[in-house]
Design a protein around this ligand. Sequence first.
Ligand SMILES: NC(=O)c1ccc[n+]([C@@H]2O[C@H](COP(=O)([O-])OP(=O)(O)OC[C@H]3O[C@@H](n4cnc5c(N)ncnc54)[C@H](O)[C@@H]3O)[C@@H](O)[C@H]2O)c1
Length: 374
Amino acid sequence: MSAPASSSPASAQAAPLRFALVGCGAIAPTQAKALQELPGQALLTHCCDLDAARAATFAAKHGLAVASWSAILADPAIDAVTLCTPSGAHGELAAQALRAGKHVVVEKPMEVTVAACDALLAAQRASGRRLAVISQHRFDPDARVVRELLAEKALGRLIAADIRIPWYRTQEYYDSGDWRGTWALDGGGCLMNQGIHTVDLMLWLLGPVREVYARVATAAHERIEVEDIACATLTFANGALGTLFASTACYPGFLARLALYGTEGSAILEGDELQTLAIRGRETVRGAAGSAHAHQVATGGTRSAVHHAEAGQTAAERPVWKWGDAHRAQFAEFVQAVRENREPLVNGDSGRAAVALIHAVYESARSGAPVRLA
Ligand SMILES: NC(=O)c1ccc[n+]([C@@H]2O[C@H](COP(=O)([O-])OP(=O)(O)OC[C@H]3O[C@@H](n4cnc5c(N)ncnc54)[C@H](O)[C@@H]3O)[C@@H](O)[C@H]2O)c1
């Protein structure tokens, strides 16, 4: 294991964090590209998969060396692992890597049960290494604009939220891997696998949920153990009320939508864009790619923001935010966190909170009663 950044800031700042990627399936190419787009910060050197042929093909395509899991753990030149294995195989592998002195990134969800998240958190704390859970939509520029607006209380006191994730997955998608749609390895359905992105964004923007009352159903797919529709009402710790609808049965699939309503205004994120921003007494912004302008409207142009560099750009001039950019941004922030010896933005506590909320939905749906979260 090379020296952690904190022990030698000067040399570590110069050296990229050396990564191995574990699980060369559907999300792995996105992660490999993201890491390879961070020269000087990250260096992806090895990959590993239980399926040797898949690992070899992936390694050849991305210019990597194949290694066994035990070789990755034993290699002192590998600083960090990123886990792209099925969700229920995150915790044990992550804990082994942390015990071997590696920093760890796990794909969402952090694990499939709250107990498994707690075990991983305990392993991380004992290790002194850093753990991040991929939740890339927190890094979408417009999500960050909304977060800033809320920090500035630009919407007043938050009173309500309406969260919808009307997505679609084919039966072939669920049939494409033994682990998909199972409690043991997927940990749930449309909420645990797909909706968790928006659930995490919601918790980041609105804060914790105190109570959940929910119904779920498996309505449009076969051979899955888990839900493809979930509906819940939420009571947030700050008193706001919310509705949460998630599905993988809404053909042909629609953009996720997160609408926030405050006493002084409203913000609506659709997909990864701020579609509507309306603040009492100020201009209403509507339409895609409005964020730079939206932020100026919200702040009266008085305060520089995450997007100060974009200020003055028209929507057409604004760089297109593509699939993979948010993964790259999250990896960059993770490397920075390791170098600065601080928690990454989406740490183990955040990962656990999203899983705990989703399990509260499942428990309420099972019992028919509201569930209070600690
Ligand atoms: N952030 C996102 O937008 C996003 C998108 C898709 C998937 N994911 C997450 O990524 C993870 C993987 O999903 P996927 O769709 O890529 O799955 P996948 O089934 O396509 O790939 C998983 C790979 O892991 C390998 N594997 C399983 N156990 C292993 C082990 N112990 N050691 C090494 N390799 C092992 C499998 O052989 C397979 O190649 C899941 O947790 C999923 O929720 C995140």
